[in-house]
Design a protein around this ligand. Sequence first.
Ligand SMILES: [Fe+2]
Ligand SMILES: [Fe+2]
Length: 196
Amino acid sequence: MRPDSDCVILRAVRDLNCQNNLRGDRMLNEKVKELLNDQINKEFYSAYLYLDFANFYQENGLDGFANWYTVQAQEERDHAMLFIKYLQNNGEKVTLDAIAKPDKELGDKLEVLKLGLEHERYVTSLIHAIYDAAYTVRDFRTMQFLDWFVKEQGEEEKNADDLIKKMELFGDDAKSLYMLNSEMAARVYSAPSLVL
Ligand SMILES: [Fe+2]
Ligand SMILES: [Fe+2]
């Protein structure tokens, strides 16, 4: 195939993708849809993982830490519901898959917090991968939807990092740890700012 005909075909595919995304009656690009659907499962897994963290801290007498992760788990369920709603708003079928068993080894109070940060960084990479797929097919609607999650992931990583810093500073001292636990007990759930 001649290079100029390659260009013509590529341009035609790009224009078609663009038109498809501008027309309200057209479903999402298959790859974008698949990644959005996968993210539902990832968010429910995050909720499951953080419930596991909450149970670990509860069993170790840190009920404030347990509260913090219980609230976190609720937020992750909210994220899953947002992905479901977005797919449904775009006329897509939602396919739920089995949620994996939380597989992290929970043995040390500080290490669990580090696992939390590691997990949030992984989720950030997933959100960016969906964004990248949407960007490739000029799916502006999905990009705009994902903007909220890009920002949210920045906050999630900062929150996880802050917890590690506080634990590193105060965790070895019983009185300080008690106060940190009390601070984390005060976290209350609030619904996500994104409404679909
Ligand atoms: Fe999330
Ligand atoms: Fe998260």
